[in-house]
Ligand binder design. Structure first.
Ligand SMILES: [Zn+2]
Length: 329
């Protein structure tokens, strides 16, 4: 056998090449792994930030967390239109229970705000409604405030178009609750039920005949919003639902629709307007509104604030940590 020293050299070179290739591959894999980890982190940070932004509480509400006897009158920075300017005031006591009731309650599985355990007091739609629209089941109910607003809305539509085809298909029902928000009694679903006995999804009917789009265009005037809009799925965590309307109250509904805010975003906005600080002021349909947030201190059972004596007000919890006071005239 011939021994050629070349063979060794050749083998060593090959092996070197092999090791080099292997190193290259390993470096590449490590780099890819690091990049992947970085991307995951960025996504986590981004998601957390978005979630906290959606309902970040006001920076300052109450300095003290003692049982609260309030206290200093509010300092209104935009005082031109405030009801507090030169007003006689009276005391409004807000109890801890107020956090979990009212038309601005945020119920969201996505953000971990469950519906209150206590069932709302309801008005049954069937038997109380005007004959200007249908209801799909005799068991469906709404909180009276929302029922009154819906009844007025459908009656106004019927008067304008001589048409009573809108149908409430879902609201609060003891047996089946299709999504968490129906448990509040402030939400209902709508379709179109025609004289010939056929029914259509609201969005399809609205696309086909202009008059059925009326509800989308006018609901905000009556205190309702389309709760799960196509462009808000990232905020609500719910897919687009063109049937589902939610009562939030007049004024609030107009502000939300004019500013394209989902309820999550609106609550986040309102939480920044504290009692002591600047208040949110707006006007719609001839009414003036002044809105602010009262955060419930951790160890308090109630909070007392002053409100002007000569205006109306509503109170609604956010179902998170406090109550929204709405003054209006
Ligand atoms: Zn629904």
């Amino acid at each position: 056998m011939n021994y050629r020293p070349d063979d060794d050299a050749h083998f060593v070179a090959k092996k070197r090449q092999y090791i080099k290739r292997k190193r290259k591959t390993r470096t590449f894999l490590i780099a890819a792994f690091c990049i992947a980890i970085a991307v995951v982190w960025v996504m986590i940070i981004f998601t957390v930030k978005r979630l906290t932004d959606a309902y970040s509480p006001a920076e300052t509400t109450y300095q003290t967390t003692e049982a609260v006897e309030t206290t200093a009158p509010p300092v209104i920075q935009t005082d031109s239109g405030s009801f507090y300017t030169d007003a006689e005031t009276e005391t409004l006591e807000i109890s801890r229970e107020a956090i979990n009731k009212g038309s601005l309650m945020l119920v969201s599985d996505y953000l971990g705000h469950a519906a209150p355990e206590k069932a709302p007091t309801l008005t049954t739609v069937w038997g109380n409604k005007s004959p200007t629209y249908y209801v799909a089941s005799a068991t469906l109910g709404l909180v009276n405030e929302a029922f009154r607003a819906a009844d007025k809305m459908f009656s106004d539509y019927c008067e304008e178009y001589s048409n009573s085809d809108y149908q409430i298909t879902m609201a609060y029902s003891d047996g089946s609750i299709c999504c968490a928000e129906h448990a509040t009694g402030y939400a209902f679903d709508v379709n179109v039920y025609k004289k010939d006995g056929t029914s259509m999804r609201l969005a399809e009917a609205a696309a086909e005949e202009e008059m059925y789009a009326w509800l989308y265009e006018n609901a905000a005037k009556y205190g309702f919003v389309l709760r799960y809009a196509a462009d808000k799925t990232g905020v609500t965590g719910m897919s687009h639902d063109p049937d589902h309307f939610r009562y939030v109250g007049e004024g609030h509904s107009r502000y939300m629709s004019e500013n394209n805010l989902a309820l999550e975003e609106y609550i986040g906005t309102v939480q920044k307007y504290s009692y002591e600080g600047e208040h949110l002021l707006f006007e719609y349909d001839g009414a003036s509104y002044e809105v602010f947030y009262v955060k419930m201190p951790d160890d308090a059972e109630s909070v007392a604030i002053d409100i002007p004596a000569d205006v109306s007000y509503t109170l609604s919890g956010d179902n998170i940590s406090g109550a929204i006071v709405t003054l209006y005239k």
